[in-house]
Design a binder for this molecule. Structure first.
Ligand SMILES: *[C@@H]1O[C@H](CO)[C@@H](O)[C@H](O)[C@H]1NC(C)=O
Ligand SMILES: *[C@@H]1O[C@H](CO)[C@@H](O)[C@H](O)[C@H]1NC(C)=O
Ligand SMILES: *[C@@H]1O[C@H](CO)[C@@H](O)[C@H](O)[C@H]1NC(C)=O
Length: 242
C-alpha cells in the first residue's frame, strides 16, 4: 500500500548506540511503513513519522487515524513524511535535519506510525510553532510476539531541562528552544530534531526486548553524547545542554 503523503524527507538518519559494527541478519522483508509485519531481534523495522497540523491527523475532527489511511488526505494538507528503519531492540537516535525543513511550516505536529490492518500510531506530538521548537523526544515501540501493538512518546516532565535557561518548559512536558535561537531563524543552535527510540515487549519468538528498560534506567538524554556517528553539531548541542 502506498503512503498517501506527497513529499518524503530524505534527511532522516538512524544512528544506533552499538559501539562497533555487529553483523546481524535482517529477515524482515517489509519496507513500507503501511504494511503489517512481525519481527525478531536483529531485524530492521520500517516505520514513518508524518509532520502536519494537529487537526490533519483526525478524521471528521474526532477520530485519530493512521497516516496510512487515505481518509485523512494528508497529502493535500501539505504533510511531510520521514521513513526510518532502525534495528529491532537497538537503542537508536533518529534525526531529522531541519536546515531545509521547518516543522512549523507544515503544521508543527508529528505522529509516528506503522502497519495497516494492525496499524499503530502515536498521539500527535507538538514539535514547533513560530515561537518554540521541541528538539528532543523519546519514542517507545511496544511489540507483542513481534507484532507492533503501540507507539508512544515518553515524556519526562521537563526534568532534563529544568534550570537551563536555554530552554522553556511547555505544558509541563516539553523542553523547547526559542526558534530565534535556531540556525534556520538566524540563531546559533542546530535545531535538528532528535528522537531517541527504544523497544519494549517481545519478538516473534517471545524473546524479551531490553532497550526500553536500558533507556529508562539511564538519564534519558545523557545518551546523546554516546552516539558515535552523529554529526558533531548535534552532539555538541546536546552535550552542552544536558
Ligand atoms: C462526522 O461527525 C458528525 C458529527 O459528530 C456525524 O454526524 C457524522 O455522522 C460523522 N461522519 C462520519 C462519516 O463519521
Ligand atoms: C506556540 O506554542 C506555545 C505552547 O503551546 C504557546 O504558548 C504559544 O502561544 C504558541 N505560539 C504561537 C505563535 O502560536
Ligand atoms: C544539517 O544539514 C546542514 C546542511 O547540509 C549541515 O550543515 C548540518 O551539519 C546538518 N546537521 C545535522 C545534525 O546533521
Amino acid at each position: 500500500m502506498a503512503i498517501p503523503v506527497t513529499s518524503i524527507l530524505l534527511i532522516a538518519v538512524v544512528t544506533t548506540l552499538t559501539p562497533y559494527f555487529v553483523e546481524s541478519s535482517d529477515n524482515n522483508h517489509v519496507f513500507s511503513p503501511c504494511t503489517d509485519t512481525t519481527v525478531q531481534k536483529s531485524d530492521g523495522f520500517t516505520f514513518g513519522i508524518a509532520f502536519a497540523q494537529r487537526t490533519s491527523f483526525f478524521f471528521n475532527s474526532s477520530v485519530q487515524l493512521s497516516p496510512c489511511d487515505r481518509r485523512l488526505s494528508l497529502s493535500s494538507s501539505g504533510a511531510q513524511l520521514s521513513v526510518f528503519r532502525p534495528k529491532v531492540d537497538e537503542i537508536s537516535l533518529l534525526t531529522v535535519n531541519n536546515s531545509n525543513f521547518q516543522p512549523d511550516s507544515v503544521g508543527g505536529y508529528m505522529v509516528a506510525f506503522a502497519g495497516r490492518k494492525y496499524a499503530a500510531r502515536s498521539i500527535p506530538a507538538f514539535v514547533a510553532n513560530s515561537t518554540y521548537i521541541v528538539t528532543s523526544f523519546t519514542l517507545v515501540m511496544e511489540f507483542q510476539k513481534g507484532r507492533l501493538q503501540n507507539i508512544y512518546w515518553k515524556r519526562d516532565g521537563c526534568s532534563s531541562c529544568s534550570g537551563n535557561s536555554n530552554f522553556v518548559c511547555l505544558n509541563n512536558q516539553d523542553c523547547a528552544i526559542r526558534t530565534t535561537s535556531c540556525k534556520y531563524r538566524g540563531g546559533s543552535v542546530d535545531c535538528s530534531i532528535g528522537i531517541q527510540l527504544a523497544f519494549s515487549g517481545t519478538d516473534k519468538h517471545e524473546t524479551v526486548f531490553n532497550s526500553w528498560y536500558e533507556v529508562k534506567n539511564l538519564r534519558q538524554y545523557s545518551l546523546f553524547g554516546l552516539y558515535k556517528n552523529l554529526k558533531d553539531s548535534l552532539t555538541s548541542q546536546y552535550n552542552s545542554f544536558f
